[in-house]
Design a binder for this molecule. Structure first.
Ligand code: CAO
Length: 424
């Protein structure tokens, strides 16, 4: 028995933010029914294709463990079938542009009247306000959520990060909202709306920078490199390069081989409790008692000098050698791992963090496993569905349509070219 077994999700999501959320719910055991436009499906099926006419990795890696039904919701029969799904399911998840759901007639009032237990979960770019009507993609969310203005180097342009905090980050937030609403429904018996704005989700993940904005009003941010460099702060939180976002100063430092390997680096944290061990390992034992280095506060104006000295030590080791030595001394650090190293890491495979999946038209490929491990609800990652692969099965088994009714629906053009009409 899986944690969300018995929960039916009407998955009206596309691209990344919504599909991340519904994939998580599927991994926890929900029956996720992905509704797609006949003929085309989720736009990501065709985006960034690495093999002609085969669902892209973009799509497959966001839509595991789901079933796919094709349904033209602009066809009267199609919208009729959609309403049957609304009546049958527990949660409708969508991330269309603002207004699209309403244009289909799926207002909250109508949904709630048709199925009072249904939870309607939506991702939009912005919450209420001047930008509520805007379409938003990942990088826009990173820009309006405070991430871009605080990422990168002080002298460079604002920068977006590789981590998809706008899309996958919002999907995670939405998934939590959905299971919370499901829990509340066990008491109230009623569904509710769950709304996540991408701007809000990014800001939630950037809260340390909002913290620093308020600290800045009381004086310079002493753990930022520019403080030690004697460069004045402006009135907004600056970009801080690779400075640690917390109270323990850290930097990315070169390791042996950095001249040719773009990832021969390690993140090194000068954590206060292990300062004396750091002094010993880098060969500066006098720094343990020297007034400029002995305390965390005294070290703040000298961070460039300190990290230059530590880097002279890390450059004499590979990132893995440095990691082994520092770990043994309980000095927090981490090698900069390339995606190639992560893909080949056997420990990550064993832990189910990286999973190999077989796909009928693609063959074997790697994907991420469920990062949330439940001890009583293990996740088995199964391949993403082909477009409309389960249309007939869902019409028959979930909605109870007879063979004749299914043929009528097919002839109406509401479900596009059906793969096969299976006898009941
Ligand atoms: N059958 C028929 N029509 C369908 C359909 C179906 N099964 N599924 C969707 N459609 C139609 C909708 O009815 C709507 O049509 P109208 O605009 O005519 O009412 C349209 O497709 C919806 O498309 P959209 O406007 O959502 O899609 P888009 O490609 O223009 O925009 C995006 C994409 C992501 C910018 C937009 O959906 C959005 O802003 N979503 C909210 C924020 C979000 O989640 N962004 C993250 C995306 S991941 O980077």
């Amino acid at each position: 028995m899986k944690a969300l077994e018995g929960v039916k999700i009407l998955d009206f999501t596309h691209v990344q933010s919504g599909p991340t959320c519904t994939q998580l719910l599927a991994w926890f055991g929900a029956d996720v029914i992905k509704v797609e436009r006949p003929g085309a499906g989720d736009a990501t099926r065709e985006q960034l294709q690495d093999i002609p006419d085969v669902d892209s990795l973009y799509f497959t890696m966001l839509n595991h463990n789901k079933r796919s039904i094709t349904l033209d919701t602009k066809n009267p029969k199609g919208i009729e079938v959609l309403w049957r799904l609304v009546a049958e399911c527990d949660v409708l998840v969508e991330n269309f542009a603002p207004g699209a759901l309403t244009r289909m007639g799926l207002t909250w009032e109508a949904i709630h009247a048709a199925n009072p237990r249904m939870i309607l979960a939506s991702v939009k770019g912005f919450g209420p306000g001047a930008y509520a009507d805007c379409k938003v993609y990942e990088n826009v969310a990173q820009c309006v959520g405070g991430a871009a203005s605080t990422t990168g180097f002080r002298t460079g342009t604002p920068m977006v990060t590789g981590a998809q905090i706008g899309d996958s980050g919002t999907g995670l937030h939405l998934a939590l909202g959905i299971v919370t609403a499901l829990y509340q429904r066990t008491h109230s018996g009623l569904g509710q709306r769950v709304d996540c704005a991408m701007q809000d989700s990014v800001l939630n993940l950037c809260r340390v920078k909002l913290r620093d904005q308020q600290r800045l009003e009381r004086g310079p941010l002493q753990e930022y490199s520019q403080f030690g460099e004697g460069i004045a702060f402006g009135d907004a939180v600056p970009r801080a390069g690779n400075d640690s976002g917390g109270g323990q100063p850290g930097r990315i430092l070169k390791c042996k081989g950095w001249e040719t390997d773009p990832n021969a680096y390690i993140y090194f944290i000068t954590q206060g409790p292990v300062w004396e061990k750091i002094c010993d390992v880098i060969g500066e034992p006098t720094w343990k008692t020297h007034p400029d280095y002995a305390t965390a506060k005294a070290r703040l104006p000298h961070l460039n000098e300190i990290f230059t000295r530590i880097e002279a030590w890390t450059m004499s080791k590979t990132k893995f050698e440095a990691m082994d030595i520092l770990n043994g001394l309980h000095i927090p650090c981490g090698p900069i791992l390339s995606m190639k190293e992560i893909a080949e890491d056997q420990a990550l495979r064993k832990a189910g963090t990286v999973v190999e999946v077989d796909h009928p038209t693609r063959g074997k490929y790697l994907t991420v496993g469920n990062p949330i491990k439940l001890s009583a609800s293990a996740t088995d990652v199964t391949r993403s569905p082909l477009l409309g692969e389960h249309t007939d099965e869902i019409l028959r088994d979930v909605l109870g349509y007879s063979e004749t009714e299914r043929l009528n629906i097919s002839e109406s053009g509401a479900i596009g070219a059906i793969r096969k009409i299976a006898a009941a």
